[in-house]
Design a protein around this ligand. Structure first.
Ligand code: 5GP
Length: 223
């Protein structure tokens, strides 16, 4: 006797049942942190990553030249424009954007690997990249960091002594534009005091452990 026409339906029900009774293995969370330059984002990210074994920092690719003290593979992977464009063509980035006249991108393979391993990945990326990641990964947690006001931001940019006045003006102008994206984010941390801001970001990340994942089955096999 040949296979019954109902066989594919049984197979489908079997597969569906199996899926519902076996909660999808928890994948890690994507944590996006964006902020205008000088808002303290890097210090906050560094403190958060170094205090947790389960958060992996995603090192981006950029065409921006390294600043004093920056090391290839630590702050960024520094590449030239043709190399970056080749990587875009080869679809190596989950997202990429042009920020402050340079290209920046998040590597696709790394992101997927970390998530699959059940670890959290922290992306320190701009507002365009954040929106793009959120479209692809709706569960991604979006945190925006700002200073209490623009004057504080300007003072911090001057004090850190990394950029000339012309660049500082560009960064201040961009900060105003970036702040228009705040409503697309889920959390806002005002960095008035660095330690308090670090604590706030840690609390937000800890709370993700209790977040209901829409694509996961719960309470179906006695859990
Ligand atoms: P900076 O050159 O000051 O390190 O970074 C400039 C801006 O680029 C920051 O807003 C930073 O968050 C953003 N950025 C860094 N890496 C990426 C990335 O991979 N993708 C996107 N979209 N932005 C990034």
């Amino acid at each position: 006797m040949g296979s019954s026409p109902t066989f594919p339906i049984f197979l489908w029900i079997f597969k569906l049942n199996k899926k519902l009774n076996n909660p999808i293995k928890s994948s890690g969370n994507i944590i996006i942190i964006s902020a205008p330059s000088g808002a303290g984002k890097s210090s906050i990210c560094e403190a958060v990553v170094s205090s947790s074994q389960n958060i992996f920092y995603s090192v981006s690719y950029t065409t921006r030249p390294p600043r004093k003290g920056e090391i290839n593979g630590r702050e960024y992977f520094f590449v030239n424009e043709p190399e970056f464009k080749k990587m875009i063509k080869e679809k190596k980035f989950t997202e990429w954007a042009r920020v402050h006249d340079h290209y920046y991108g998040t590597l696709k393979t790394l992101l997927r690997k970390v998530l699959k391993a059940g670890r959290n990945i922290l992306l320190e990326i701009d507002v365009q990249g954040a929106v793009s990641i959120k479209k692809q990964y709706p569960n991604a947690c979006m945190i925006f960091i700002i200073t209490p006001d623009l004057k504080t931001l300007e003072n911090r940019l001057i004090a850190r002594n990394k950029d000339c006045r012309e660049i500082i003006n560009i960064r201040l102008k961009n900060a105003k534009k970036e702040s228009e994206y705040i409503h697309k984010y889920e959390y806002l941390v005002i960095n008035k005091n660095l330690n308090s801001a670090i604590r706030a970001v840690k609390i937000i990340i800890q709370s993700l452990e209790y977040k209901i994942q829409k694509d996961k089955a719960y309470f179906t096999n006695g859990r």
